[in-house]
Every structure is written in structure tokens, then in C-alpha cells.
Design a binder for this molecule. Sequence first.
Ligand SMILES: [Zn+2]
Ligand SMILES: [Zn+2]
Length: 329
Amino acid sequence: MNKDDLLGPIAAMLEAQGLTMADLAEFTRNDEGAPSSRPTIKAFVATKILGGLSKNSQRSYHTHFNHLIEGIVRQCECVCSACIKDFARSGTCTCTTCATARTFPAQGDVFISTSAIASIDLELMVELVHIMAVKRAQGENFIRARQGLSIKPTHGQGAREMCVTALHRLKARMIENKLIEPDTEKGSKKGERGQPKRRALTDDELAEVFSTVASGGDDAVLDLALTWSEFELAARRGGVLSLIIGELDREAQMIGLLEKSNRYEVQPCSLELIDFLMDFAASRGATSACRDRPSTTRTPRSSTSRTARPNTPIPSPVGASIRCTDASN
Ligand SMILES: [Zn+2]
Ligand SMILES: [Zn+2]
């Protein structure tokens, strides 16, 4: 009896039992031979997903995997100031008037199979991620406006795209691990990007910025050091302010910086900038004797708190200790 002769009766038998070929395929693909031993989404994400990704991608993806695993609390689509403030305070919306409010249920304990994944409303999750990003951005803009800062975009498109990308990766890994069938449809949409409103400064404009910075203010050389570093390293101000002399590696032409969330990154930079910072640090009394970053993680504010801890060693910050020799602001 050949294979074709066998398959016909087996298919008929399955049909008689109310089973499909897909049910059989899912069952037999499991190593232990039991559907219940399939991993849950939570276990799968913990073991199979994040390897091979950069730290940045891991962090971004993890945010969305957590939404999938833990669910998303009630979100309304309203962007009135009451709902924005509510979101900023509680991460949800407690308003009773918003008829559009929706919740995405936690899926971490779902055992992975084609039918189980297909029954999850991932589109809803993407929508809620989008809504939360819009609300977060609007809330931050309230604060920025109070501080006299320019507002930032509030379209939520970046969060939506990252969420869809994370879900695509998750599904691709499930398919690779033969836990689900390849998708028949494309999955969640990334949405349309608006026309970019940002542009790079031209060389002339950049020169204008630098000449303005270097020609006025209380401490023009310091301002130039900060501005040049921020532009060239694409660093956040906090990272530049907490830079210490020991992080300048002239030979390798690299600078170690504390980035967002106290993440430490070493990155290339021009020799001109390194020399400028070294000369500058030396001219303001920083010494190469203290070249080591303190063992505790430094924050932009740690030079402020140092005045409260006069016995701790000062690690020659290029930014902060230079800005004010008494390190008090
Ligand atoms: Zn509202
Ligand atoms: Zn609301």
C-alpha cells in the first residue's frame, strides 16, 4: 500500500471524528506528542524571541511583547485634556463618558497553536498601542509647553510600526519553531507615515548655530563643548554632562557615553572632538588621575548630589565639573 492509498482513509477517519488535517499536523509536530506541552506565549517569548537582537531592539520589542502577555488596560480614544491627564496619572482612562474605550486581554498563558494565535485580536492590540502612544505624546507636550519647549509629534506612528514589527517577529519565530502554520494573510498593518516634517540642518545653518554658541553666553567655550558633543555624538544632554575624562579613548577614537535609561555605549567620534574635550577638561582642572567611572551608575544628577557626599572621589566629568567648579548645579 503506498502513501496515497493510506491518506484517503485516514482523512476520512479524521473527518468522521470532527478533526481536520490541521489538528493532526499541530499534534504530531510536537516533540512530546501532546498539544498541551506546547509553550505558552509567555514562555516562548522568554526563551525563543530576543536572542540575536540588539539591546535597543530587545527593549523596544519587549514593551510590545509585554502588552501581549499582560494585556492592555482600558483605553479610550478621546484626547480631551481630562483623558490625557488620566492616562498620564494612571496609564488608563477612568472616564465614564468615552463609549469607545476598549481593553486588550492578557494572552501570556495561551498555549501556542495556529488556531489559538488566529483567535487573538492582534489588530486591537496594535490599535491600543497606537492610542496610548498618542496620549503619552500629548501628555508630554503639556509638560514641554509649560517648560517653554517646542512640541513633539503626536501621531503615534512610530509605536504602531514597532508593535507590528514585534508581532511579525513573534509570528515568524513561531512558524520557524513549527508551532503555527505560515500566515495566510499579511497580519496587522503598519499604517501610513505622514510626510516627514524634520530635516537635517544645512552646513551653513550648522555653522551659524556654532558661531552663535561660541560667541556669547556666560561660558562660550563650555557651551561649544556641549553643543559640539551633542551634535557629533547624537547624544542626550545628560550623557554629555556626565561624560568623564576616562571615557575619552584617543587611540581608538571612541567615547563611552551613558545613553537613555543609563545604558552605556561606546561610540566613534572625531579626533578633533576628543582633543577639544581633553584640552578643555585640562584647562578647567580635570586631571587624568581620576580616570575611572565610579562603580555606582552615574546619572546626570549625580554631580549635583556629590556636594552632599564630599568624601566620594570626583571622576573629572568633562561636562558637569567643568561647567561649575563647585559642582553645585
Ligand atoms: Zn475625554
Ligand atoms: Zn476617556
